[in-house]
Design a protein around this ligand. Structure first.
Ligand code: ZN
Length: 168
């Protein structure tokens, strides 16, 4: 997996939203998509390449659903930069600073920091961080469903979704 030497290499690698989403998809589902609504393994990919339709519950989803990136219009590139900055600054980063660095409002930056810290473990790379975040998230959203075999997974187990409205 990619290790980013600098913020420049990160930003130029994740130059489109599609690339970010693909990356998230790979991080999250190493063996193909799993429905965040019912944990079913079979899904149809839409022609746009981003959305899936579950073959079981027929609901649509993307790799963002059930993660900290859900329910926000903040581009994934900004999220990834925020994670990168947070992991790079051992003493943390203020929402004021983050807002300036990635050009969002301070309220949005604060919200992002809250979400990213939710999956925090210092001393790891962006890759590890993303994995942590996806794992913590699925624990939070899916009640530790992640490691179960799909037919043993608890249905409709997604717990509290983070539904914060955003301004930026
Ligand atoms: Zn489903």
């Amino acid at each position: 997996m990619e290790n980013f030497e600098s913020i420049i290499s990160l930003v130029s690698f994740f130059d489109t939203e599609d690339k970010c989403l693909k990356y998230l998809e790979q991080k999250r589902w190493k063996n193909g998509p799993i429905c965040p609504h019912c944990s079913h393994h079979k899904a149809y990919r839409f022609k746009d390449g981003k959305r899936f339709k579950c073959a079981s519950c027929r609901k649509q989803y993307t790799a963002k659903i059930g993660t900290i990136f859900e329910d926000s219009k903040i581009p994934l590139q900004k999220w990834f930069v925020a994670i990168y900055l947070l992991t790079g600054h051992k003493k943390g980063i203020s929402s004021h600073q983050l807002a300036k660095d990635i050009q969002v409002t301070q309220a949005t930056a604060w919200f992002m920091l809250q979400r990213v810290r939710f999956g925090l473990g210092f001393d790891n790379t962006l890759d590890e961080k993303l994995e942590d975040i996806v794992e913590v998230d699925e624990t939070f959203v899916g009640g530790k469903n992640k490691n179960r075999h799909h037919d043993k997974k608890v249905k409709n187990s997604q717990g509290g979704h983070l539904k914060t409205k955003l301004q930026y």
